[in-house]
Design a protein around this ligand. Sequence first.
Ligand code: BGP
Length: 464
Amino acid sequence: QPAPFPEGFLWGASTSGYQVEGGWDADGKGRSIVDARTQFPAGTTDYTVASDHYHHVDEDVALFAELGLKAYRFSVQWTRIVPDGDGAENPDGIAFYHRLIDGLLAHGITPVLTMYHFDLPQALAEKGGWGSRATIDAFVRFAEILYREFGAKVPYWLTINEQNMMVLFGGTLGIIDGPDNADVNVYQKNHHMLVAQARAMELLHRTVPTAKIGPAPNIAYVYAESCRPEDVLAADDFNAVRNWLYLDAAVHGRYNATAWAYLEAKGLTPTIEPGDLEVMAAAHPDFLAFNYYATHTAAAPLEGDDVPIEGGDQHISFGEPGYYRAVANPHLPKNAFGWEIDPIGFRMTFRAIYDRYHLPLLVTENGLGAFDVLEADGTVHDDYRIDYLRDHIAQIQQAISDGVDVLGYCPWSAIDLVSTHQGIAKRYGLVYVNRDDDDLKDLARYRKDSFAWYQKLIAGNALP
Ligand code: BGP
């Protein structure tokens, strides 16, 4: 019988600023590289209105309170606070986040603040983006403003959301730092983000000693397609490049040897300035957040072939010629968007991270993207989402029984919002937002069946 959830377990839910707020240019906000991207079909990546949380914030916080959330994971938009990234501050933008955070605190909801969720200021992208070390300084200055304003109110801080996905798939998704800087080695940008994150962690520890901070990568355990050693080696290579390259550097300030060898072989090793590795090694996360949707499966590369993209849209998973091929897992069901569903893989991922770093873990994303239907009576029967959440939460209990220190669980997403690349039609929320990709409608909020289910789970601190 798996262990019960500990008292004080942080039952939360998640969003990101650019995907939920809208108000993309309201009250002085500057433009970010993700406000409206052109490489996707019109409407599917237009965040100018999103779920209009910017103008529904009090109503939405009341819904989160009705859910009984113990925590709410959200991101602040850099361009709402410093519109051009490194210039004047925007008091109206700062005031919006005070209003949000004060509302959460008034309802006993713990704020979990993501500092950066893909939304680099366009003005910084035009000055080199993450390819420039000046962006490191701009990020640390931004952090200083955040800590000054919200340090006393926010106990949990996340640095950069899914930096490893920005590196692996950022070019495809337009979330690394805008088209202007495609010529810079993405692992040089990764290095600059690692230095920026380390300096931000050290600054928080020095200025707000009571607060806790950590990274928030997307971690997926990679299976081998077979017990053939070449396939197992391929899976190990994929794990190193996708997961440990980033986390070993973020936690220990050290580049994983296997991943570094891969970078050397590809001629992609970053330029490391004197002091960088010391800064990275001196900054210690207090916990690790991670986003989990599904595992990957890898096989040895095909001899001489271009490596095909397999596994559907699941992770836009690219193979690496000479290293690994990403393949579909025939044993796993898929959701309507081709993403595999693997609850046991969640337990495997918990173990892999905890055994490697021995830090408390906070799940900051996990959920099912689906085409939900709003019924005429205002109900949304998302039993498929309840099944997904139940199966994954059951595996958190198994992980806790395995001895993993789990702080909490914040499923993606608290409320419907615009997908990173597949519009609002790909819904994740416990709350339905009445708009389509091509029709804003009235943006009214409706409670899905999963809302009442999650509410009951939180109230009982146990699976219903
Ligand atoms: C993660 C991002 C989230 C969200 C989620 C779902 O990578 O951190 O911002 O987008 O994926 O992905 P998608 O919206 O592409 O379905």
